[in-house]
Design a protein around this ligand. Sequence first.
Ligand code: 1GP
Length: 248
Amino acid sequence: MKDNGIYRRLCQNTQNGQKQLAVLIDPDKVNGSRVQQLAAAAATAGVDFIFVGGSLVMNNLTREWIHIIKQQTNIPVILFPGSVFQVTDAADAIFFLSLVSGRNPDLLIGQHVVAAPILYQSALEVMPTAYLLIDGGKPTTVSYISNSAPIPADKPQIAVCTAMAAQMLGMKIIYLDAGSGALNAVPEAMITEVKQYCNLPLIIGGGIRTPQQAAGLCRAGADLLVIGNALETNPNLVFEMTKAIKKL
Ligand code: 1GP
């Protein structure tokens, strides 16, 4: 298995209490010039990671967009794939996501078996990640496509037990996602409780729109925030977002 230093960097920043920001680029929601603009803004703002992927992707542009990103910046690019079709070794690493909040065997282990031989031969760093879908106030593409129920937002104990089990199974990252375009981000109380019981890097995404909200989620215990929609429509928001979390 490859070590491109990505997981080590995530852990180091987490241990140092340095809050991190990732820009999520969904290949379908942007065109080439928007990708270029987002990557350039991310580089200037000091963003930590760029994620590329989506739960349902119609255009086969993942590889092309990563090449554009790589021309703009050397920020590590991590695949955030909705399916095995999005795997490309143009990126530096991949979240090997297991949808542990759901009970769909294909997304717990099935797709992983199909992807394993491809990943084995690729240059990607593979990061085993427990992916927990949290109810964000409306149905999202990921809940529909994954055919799985999200964890209710007012049941932090379910998230805690799920994250604990994932850590005991040897997963290396916990990712709580309210889903792209969620009305409500993951509740701060849930983040705090999960962080209390798990000492893995904690990623939070879905429905994050303002710097104030981002700061609150970091104070609650998030180590890395992921923002997609809000930056796709306004790339310059990345400057305020990084300022808000880096000063914590
Ligand atoms: C990634 O689902 C998030 O984890 C992205 O959500 O597009 O709402 O920022 P937004």
